[in-house]
Design a binder for this molecule. Structure first.
Ligand code: PAF
Length: 283
């Protein structure tokens, strides 16, 4: 596995790869890698001749300076994990390397960029689109891998790809959970022990709500989830939106869509740490 800090060095290497007609898979990450990322990389390794993983904490997608500054950075451990799952190349550029001049492009694909995270984290998806589009231009992957944990992000990336007209297949990979149900996330490492202990309650109630939904209306189910989670000392729901999984528009009745997803963001603890998760209702 080779680690590059310069974009041109990776591109020189990929030039030779392309000459041999090899396929390239890209896994964009912000590092602090865990088994969720490892599953994306393993899938790319299986489906492509060459796998590139980017490790870059993208400043343009953070609307909160403290969040950016405290985001875990663990490149050495990340590289060990990536090597163990068979990644070929790692791109770990500096901010100056990734953005030699400020990125003034503005991406907006309503409603997928404006609802939920879009409404609560202004500018977040614009930053995601800026960095992901740059990565697509740099690597020119045949396939790019994203985790379903960030359900809305996948919808945004698909809208971006349609807009840019780039030939890349977006591969959605299932969420990976801890044994107690908590969705794996780089932010979990920021949780104190008592916060980590209550965090799995989020998925517990989401899961139970699938059963609850069989005999209750969508609104009743929505309110029940919010009530249960808010009743846990140390957890506070920022939003829980029950939406069509493709359009991300709110649905009012269970019959309104065959692909209904409940997307939740919860503040955990005193700092607090923002945790996101989702649940599918039609499966
Ligand atoms: O999902 C993430 O980790 C980031 O949003 C991504 C896609 C790597 C862009 O920085």
């Amino acid at each position: 596995m080779k680690v590059f800090h310069k974009i041109a060095d990776l591109q020189n290497e990929l030039f030779a790869v392309r000459k041999d007609n090899k396929t390239v898979g890209l896994v964009p990450t912000m590092g602090a890698l865990h088994e969720g990322h490892a599953s994306l990389v393993s899938r790319s390794v299986k489906e492509n001749d060459v796998t590139v993983v980017s490790v870059f904490v993208n400043p343009t997608q953070f609307n909160d300076k403290t969040d950016l500054n405290t985001y875990p950075r663990t490149l050495e451990a990340d590289c060990k994990l990536l090597e163990s799952v068979g990644a070929d190349y790692v791109l770990a550029p500096s901010v100056e390397e990734m953005y030699p001049t400020p990125d003034n492009r503005h991406f907006e694909f309503p409603p997928v960029t404006t609802v939920m995270e879009g409404a609560h984290r202004p500018g977040h998806f614009n930053g995601v689109c800026q960095v992901v589009s740059r990565l697509f231009y740099i690597v020119r992957p045949d396939k790019a891998y994203f985790g379903e944990k960030d359900w809305q992000q996948i919808a945004v990336i698909k809208a971006l790809v349609r807009f840019l007209g780039i030939k890349v297949q977006i591969i959605e990979c299932p969420i990976v959970r801890e044994a107690d149900g908590l969705a794996k996330s780089s932010r979990n490492t920021l949780l104190a022990a008592d916060e980590r202990a209550i965090a799995p309650t989020i998925y517990k109630y989401l899961k139970e709500s699938q059963e609850y939904a069989h005999s209750h209306s969508l609104k009743e189910t929505h309110d029940w989830v919010v009530e249960q989670i808010n009743a846990v000392d140390g957890l506070e729901v920022e939003y829980f939106s029950i939406v069509d999984g493709d359009t991300l528009l709110d649905v009012e009745n269970w019959e309104d869509s065959k692909n209904i997803v409940g997307c939740i963001t919860v503040y955990c603890g005193k700092k607090p740490i923002r945790l996101i998760d989702h649940i599918k209702y039609n499966s």
